[in-house]
Structure formats: C-alpha cells, structure tokens
Write a protein that binds this ligand. Structure first.
Ligand code: AMP
Ligand code: MN
Ligand code: MN
Ligand code: MN
Length: 278
C-alpha cells in the first residue's frame, strides 16, 4: 500500500498553478500516478473537472483542497482530501476564506509601487486564471516578467514575505474551522508541508496537538516542499504523533516546480498512508 504512486497535492489555474485540471490529469497519468488529487488553494471549483479527466484516463481520483489557516500569527496550510465537494458548509467556508484576497492584492501592489514597481495589481491579475484567487504566486510571476527577479523563488526571498515589500499580514481561516469544514464534509485533514513553517520546536508540538484535538489525522511527509532530510524528520514526527502520512509534489508549473507529479520517493514502509483511510 505504501508503494502506490499517490500524488495528493497540486495546483491548477483555478488557484495558482499554470495548467488546467485536464492537463494536470494527463501529466499525472503519464508520470504513473495511480491515485491523484487536485488541491487548489481555498477553492474547489476545479474538482468536478479533475475527477472527470482522471476517470477518462482510468486513474483513481480523490477530491482535494489546500486551506489557508492563520495559527500563532503564521500562515499554515491544511490539505483536505476525500470530502464531498458539494457540501454547502465547505463551499461557504472556502468562499469566506477567499474573501479579502482582492483588497490584499491591492495593498501588495501599493507597497510594490512605493518601491518603484508600477502596475503590479493588473499585472498579477493577468496571471490569475481565477480572479477570485489572486495569490502571491501571481505577483511573483509578474515580478519575473518585469525582470525584477530571475525566478519566483528569488521573488520570495526579496519581496512578498515578512519584512519585505509586498507583504501584508492576512487573517485566514482558523485551524478548527478548516478541520471542521473538511471533516464535516466527509474528508480527512492533513497538515501540509510542515517543514516550511517558521515555528519553534515547542510551537510545532503545540500545532500537532491542537490539530489532533481539532480532528486532524494526517501530515505530509514526502512533499515537493521538503528536502530529503525533512522526509526523515517528518516520518519520525508522523510516528511520534500517530499521524497518517501523505505524499504529493505540490506541483504548480513545469518550470517553477522542481518535483513533477508522481516523481517522489515512496512513503517509508514504517508509516500508515492517509490513503488507507479512504
Ligand atoms: P498566498 O496564498 O497568496 O499567500 O500565496 C502562497 C503561495 O505562494 C504558495 O502556495 C506558494 O505557491 C507560493 N509561495 C509562498 N512562499 C513561497 C516560497 N518561499 N517559494 C516559492 N513559492 C512560495
Ligand atoms: Mn501555491
Ligand atoms: Mn502550501
Ligand atoms: Mn500547495
């Protein structure tokens, strides 16, 4: 079961990816993915398309989303899989979470204009496949286009992050809300890329406990957002806290993402995969 090629984390044009759900399905299938999930940020508008495309290819599909959460003054991402995408509470919760992205985008653009980068709001919007989901990724692509930085990776070192131009604190969903929406619609909640958060060891412990108490069950171990050393580190965390383990490339774009759909190491055999719950 651990050797199934499951990829349960990626993004389409419905959020901040550059491929359509149909093209992602094709790419996943070509890369040998056997169980696939599209997990757009705060939006499930691509779910029916992704499922239909996967099913046409004979690839097993599981519904997915990646919810933006504010916790301890930081942004945390919670992935949900296996929920009913027509559940009204989930749909309404995500709509609320998306609210404010437009105003935030205008503030990001104002800050960029103040350091001499004009037209960022319209520029970023031109990269957004879904105007309801204007993301920092779209601003990053605009800054690369304008040759302010050479890559989106470089953008996230000099812009759009805390302490740099184009960062604006934002209040997303709460941890409890995100888990309630996922679990309440029949799904499984998973902490996305735990290695990416700037939290102390104690705060991480508190996050895992709070997440468990909220009803969360899983943690990403093998993800495109982790280094190989972090694969081992979070495999241990999964065992220590009794979390089910997940795997997914966090693929956004063929040029921007280092790890392609399905091209990750298998989950270590010591771990219980999240797909054993499905
Ligand atoms: P937002 O939800 O608008 O704050 O945008 C967050 C998105 O920006 C993430 O989902 C990533 O796709 C991208 N991102 C954030 N931080 C980084 C980073 N350090 N390097 C590359 N991409 C990043
Ligand atoms: Mn993203
Ligand atoms: Mn994420
Ligand atoms: Mn992601």
């Amino acid at each position: 079961m651990n050797s199934i090629n499951a990829d349960l984390h990626c993004h389409s044009v419905v959020s901040d990816g550059t491929l359509t759900p149909e093209d992602l399905a094709m790419r996943a299938h070509q890369n040998g993915v056997q169980l696939w999930s599209l997990t757009d940020h705060d939006v499930i508008g691509g779910q029916h398309r992704a499922r239909a495309a996967a099913e046409r290819l004979g690839m097993k599909y599981i519904s997915g989303v990646e919810i933006s959460v504010s916790w301890a003054g930081q942004t945390i991402h919670i992935v949900g899989i296996g929920f009913n995408p027509d559940h009204p509470t989930l749909i309404e919760g995500l709509r609320k979470t998306r609210d404010g992205r437009t105003a935030r985008g205008k503030e990001i653009a104002r800050q960029l204009a103040a350091v001499g980068i004009a037209g960022a709001y319209e520029g970023a919007l031109s990269y957004a496949g879904n105007p309801e989901l204007l993301s920092r990724t779209h601003f990053a692509r605009f800054l690369v286009e304008k040759k302010v930085c050479r890559s989106t990776d470089e953008v996230f070192k000099h812009y759009l992050v805390e302490g740099k131009p184009g960062f604006t604190p934002h209040v997303w969903a709460s941890l409890q809300e995100s888990v309630d929406w996922i679990v309440g619609s029949g799904g499984v909640a998973i902490i996305a890329h735990p290695g990416r958060y700037r939290l102390s060891e104690l705060q991480k412990h508190e996050l895992y406990i709070a997440f468990k108490e909220a009803g969360g069950l899983g943690i990403e171990v093998i993800t495109g957002s982790h280094t190989p050393r972090q694969y081992d580190e979070y495999a241990k965390i999964a065992l220590q806290y009794g979390f089910y383990a997940s795997r997914g490339a966090d693929f956004h774009d063929p040029q921007e993402s280092y790890i392609d759909l399905g091209k990750l190491p298998h989950l270590p055999s010591s771990l219980q995969p999240v797909w054993s719950l499905l």
